[in-house]
Write a new protein. Structure first.
Lengths: 113, 116
């Protein structure tokens, strides 16, 4: 079983829709939870990160963490064609003196105008 | 503000040739530096990380090596490339100034390497 599971998609939605992206994980020691956006042929760009269970909002983006269920989500409101990208979840834990980060394989999102 | 530069953006090399990819970070001191490889459908694989000049840790046995000759410079090398070394290589950094504030990873724009 992978430490982090993420549906690869692709997920196709109409412009203006609410998008829900999800990851599950098995390692209860994970402390920090991140979401990255990656456009084609570019490096991942940090969108949000959070530590505790609950919601964190930043503009049209909301990150949700449920540690009891080992489940994290990213919601995108009023989705735009410019949101079309691959979204990577990531989780980190202190290990051997450094922060070990484990990534999901990414969900490809397409927002149709 | 901090920026990270990676070059070249694309590279095509024959099997058996050497490799040198360079990454530099600006606007911060003593960052932790990382090399990842990204393969389609397999996520990001950590190859090397460095907590300081000359300090390199290898996560996965590879045909690759890394060096950190200066505080903000990280180099990925190979003496003889294999076909299996093809992929998208990403350099990343994070602050490690201590304290309780978490510092996430920040990535460069990557090098797409094709070994022919």
């Amino acid at each position: 079983q992978k430490e982090v599971e993420q549906d690869p998609g692709p997920l196709s939605v109409p412009e203006g829709a609410i998008v829900s992206l999800n990851c599950t994980y098995s390692n209860s020691a994970f402390q920090y939870f991140m979401w990255y956006r990656q456009y084609s042929r570019k490096g991942p760009e940090l969108l949000m990160y959070t530590y505790s269970s609950g919601n964190k909002e930043d503009g049209r983006f909301t990150a949700q963490v449920d540690k009891s269920s080992k489940y994290i989500s990213l919601f995108i409101r009023d989705s735009q064609p410019s949101d079309s990208a691959t979204y990577l979840c990531a989780m980190s834990v202190q290990s051997g003196g450094y922060q070990k980060v484990t990534f999901g394989t990414g969900t490809k999102l397409q927002v149709i105008p | 503000s901090q920026t990270i530069h990676q070059w070249p953006a694309t590279l095509v090399q024959p099997v058996g040739s050497p490799l040198s990819l360079e990454c530099t970070v600006e606007g911060t001191s003593n960052p932790n530096l990382y090399w990842y490889r990204q393969a389609a459908g397999r996520g990001l694989q950590l190859l090397f990380y460095s907590v300081g000049i000359g300090q390199i840790s290898s996560e996965v046995p590879q045909n690759l090596s890394a060096s950190r000759p200066q505080d903000r410079q990280f180099i990925l090398s190979s003496k003889k490339l294999l076909l299996s070394d093809s992929g998208f290589y990403l350099c990343a950094w994070r602050d490690e100034t201590g304290g309780s504030q978490y510092s996430p990873l920040h990535f460069g724009n990557g090098t797409r390497l094709t070994v022919t």
